[in-house]
Design a protein around this ligand. Sequence first.
Ligand SMILES: *Cc1c(COP(=O)(O)O)cnc(C)c1O
Length: 404
Amino acid sequence: MSDQQDPQQLRDEALAACHIDTLAVRAGQVRGPEGEHSEPIFTTSSYVFDSAASAAARFSGEEEGNVYSRYTNPTVRTFEDRIAAMEGAEAAVATSSGMAAILSTVMSLLKSGDHIVCSRSVFGTTTVLFTKYMEKFGVNISFVSLTDIEQWQQAVTDKTAMFFMETPSNPLCELADIQQLAALAHSHKALLVVDNCFCTPVLQQPLALGADIVVHSATKYLDGQGRCVGGVVVGNQTHMAEVLGFIRTCGPTMSAFNAWVFMKGLETLNLRMKAHCDNALAMAQWLQQQPQIDKVHYAGLSDHPQHQLACQQMSGFGGVLSFEVKGGKEQAWQFIDATRIVSLTANLGDAKTTIVHPATTTHGRLTVELRQTAGIKDNLIRLAVGLEHIDDLIADMQRGLDAL
Ligand SMILES: *Cc1c(COP(=O)(O)O)cnc(C)c1O
């Protein structure tokens, strides 16, 4: 009888057929007895059981339900279910940061002796995690060019268990063909992990292209206003059960408050990403016309070597671009120091535009050699274009040019 059906179940069934904008606003919400419209924040570390038998069943996992907020919290669960729906995944596990998402993925799915083939153009701290810490525990890493499939093929050994990459890359906006890399990884029984932080599921859905796992720094666009640090891992039930086991045991947990802030961010993600993309494209086109600029890196430019792939793989080109000023470090620093509106900070994915000199900040911990092979030149500046009016941002870049 229809009037006996659970309204929550009816809502969930209707949502299953919805678009990503709708999922970003509604997926994963479970309304409580108060009939709240907005998601509540469950600030409780533990939960009460009805009986000793129920407590035992919850701890052993025989009975589903909350136990302890290190690994079960209703606000965090709503955020996880929403991201899983948006990425088209079976499940998601939230973490205390983007780095914790990457750490939890490798710690739960790899073992000593395993080998990772990793793009050379990943987030600097990811490189440090893999080389300084994972290698210490017997996981070996080979770095290869993001764009050269031959190098991935040649780096594979009989121990290779994981491919890891970001596309587009930070800060040079190079792309990998996700479908092609997924096929290669699977032909060697390896997992393909994609850090989808720069695109968010609004612009790119790696699982639909064959990737096995997606990781995010929620700190960036998912929050969108630079307020909270968090991360999330997305994939199938089996993999996510392993990742959750690591979170439960080792504790890099997302707080309920942060999950709530990230959900506020998700509600406007679709609108914001479109605006970031529009502003970034206009900025890239303007920068490209300036004589004091040697080169602009942005996949939305028609002369970007992988523009065609970007058009196929992404539904927008993202908010991050980089450019090379004529000269070296001194000129790059002069440019940055002459700006007045944009923020000099290493964060990105914020409503506020941010500017940074990668060679001496985000990529400063890399050896000179690694930095050079990664193409991070001393005259390179990264701009994560925000939501201010484009004319005001261009005027600020003009201040930078005038200082050269
Ligand atoms: C920022 C970032 C990370 C790390 O995320 P945190 O939340 O800062 O720990 C990982 N990958 C990419 C691409 C990032 O931009």
